[in-house]
Design a protein. Structure first.
Length: 415
């Protein structure tokens, strides 16, 4: 039996115990995980440094290195996520609906764990912590398959959480990290139906599509983020510049960062130079249409591929449009259904934008960078879904549950 199947058996066994933990037991575990992670900060940082050195040697991009890099502050954020998740209501056992049938049967629709979640993800060690916490809080076991580029970091975080599990007398089988990080092992995971109940991919378009196309296990699809900020003719200058710069530069390597800025031509005439200057000051490479090119010598010519690119870096495409309808049409053509924002003082334009576009998150006068489980009050997220079934947007605790019907009678039989 392969290593993957052996670990799959373990995590399936572990699911039986965690599914029966009380809310108090799960919350106490999360608080111990918080303390243990902080206690293990130096060990985790030392292991992360091994991954960083290998990543630089292997030529990982700046964006991937940023996702891979841990710091004391980032570990504190992960630990804080454990506390926040502990403070959230436990969805397991929640009665979603209840009703009585004419024959006297009492029917309840009750939330239950999914069982075992398989998470396949790229160079983001924070996913290891977030996935473990969210799955354990919802009574799910979790089988993690991270990338080889983050192997030492992921292993260190899992080791820390295993210490917490042992302290609370809970089997470490409930949290498994794939020992084999090869592509063959990932492919094997796609068909482990006897051990896994759902697969969740987190990473680039190639990874996500590989899982969606090849998995025989149900997939919760997380999406690529070609996100847009549209600044219309009525937008406040300072607000428009601030939101566009923040959406692009606050952390460009993440999926909710803006990749294209769309500007109404009237707003460009008044404020375009200031926006371009603000982006250049932040080190952003700008690829624009002819109108934007005319604003500054450092603006490069945008080509067709730029409108559909998820840069995940300090690069942005800028397009001018004559009206809101044209902006919406552009987003419909190139957007990925992740996060879209309009900056406007016009109620009519706001309502048109929000009603005509369909994305996991739509914003009015705010940065796309808020599409995040932490920012939405979910404590953390298992990923951001751009599909419509079974969850959409930042996926918190409820996204990791299913339900069952509990039917109570007093002797009814079917005639």
């Amino acid at each position: 039996m392969s290593t993957m199947l052996t670990q799959g058996q373990k995590v399936k066994r572990g699911a039986e115990q965690v599914a029966l933990l009380s809310t108090e037991e799960k919350n106490n575990l999360l608080l111990v995980m918080h303390e243990q992670l902080l206690e293990d900060t130096e060990m985790i940082l030392a292991e992360n440094e091994k991954d960083m050195e290998a990543g630089e040697k292997n030529g990982l991009s700046v964006a991937l290195l940023d996702r891979l890099r841990l710091s004391a502050a980032r570990i504190e954020d992960m630990a804080e996520g454990f506390q926040q998740i502990a403070s959230l209501s436990d969805p397991i056992g929640q009665v979603m609906e209840s009703w009585e049938r004419p024959n006297g049967l009492q029917i309840e629709k009750v939330r239950v764990p999914l069982g075992v979640a398989g998470i396949i993800y790229e160079a983001r060690p924070n996913v290891t912590a977030d996935a473990a916490a969210l799955c354990l809080k919802t009574g799910n076991a979790v089988f993690l398959r991270g990338s080889s580029s983050a192997y030492y970091s992921n292993r260190a975080i899992v080791a820390s959480i295993h210490k917490a599990l042992k302290k609370k007398g809970i089997t470490t089988d409930a949290l498994q990290l794939a020992e084999d990080t090869s592509r063959e092992a990932a492919s094997e995971m796609f068909t482990m139906n006897q051990y896994l109940d759902v697969l969740i991919p987190r990473g680039g378009a190639g990874l996500i599509q590989a899982v969606v196309k090849n998995s025989s296990i149900p997939v919760l699809e997380t999406g690529v983020g070609n996100c847009h900020v549209y600044i219309d003719e009525t937008a406040n200058k300072e607000m428009g510049i601030s939101i566009a710069v923040n959406a692009k530069t606050q952390r460009p390597s993440v999926c909710n960062a803006a990749e294209t800025i769309i500007l109404h031509e009237a707003w460009v005439r008044e404020n375009g130079e200031e926006l371009v200057a603000a982006l250049l000051e932040k080190g952003v490479e700008i690829r624009g249409d002819e109108t934007i090119q005319a604003l500054h010598a450092n603006v490069k010519k945008a080509v067709a591929a730029d409108w559909e690119e998820e840069y995940l870096d300090l690069t942005v495409a800028i397009k001018t449009v004559p009206d809101t309808k044209t902006a919406i049409a552009h987003i419909k053509q190139y957007g990925t259904g992740h996060s879209e924002s309009i900056v406007t003082e016009s109620t009519a334009n706001k309502e048109m934008f929000l009603s005509h576009l369909d994305a996991a998150a739509l914003y009015h006068n705010a940065s796309t960078r808020f599409t995040d489980g932490f920012e939405f009050g979910f404590g953390a997220e298992i990923g951001i879904s751009t599909q419509k079934l079974h969850a959409r947007g930042p996926m918190g605790l409820e996204a990791l549950t299913s339900y069952k019907y509990v039917v109570s009678g007093n002797g009814q039989i079917k005639e």
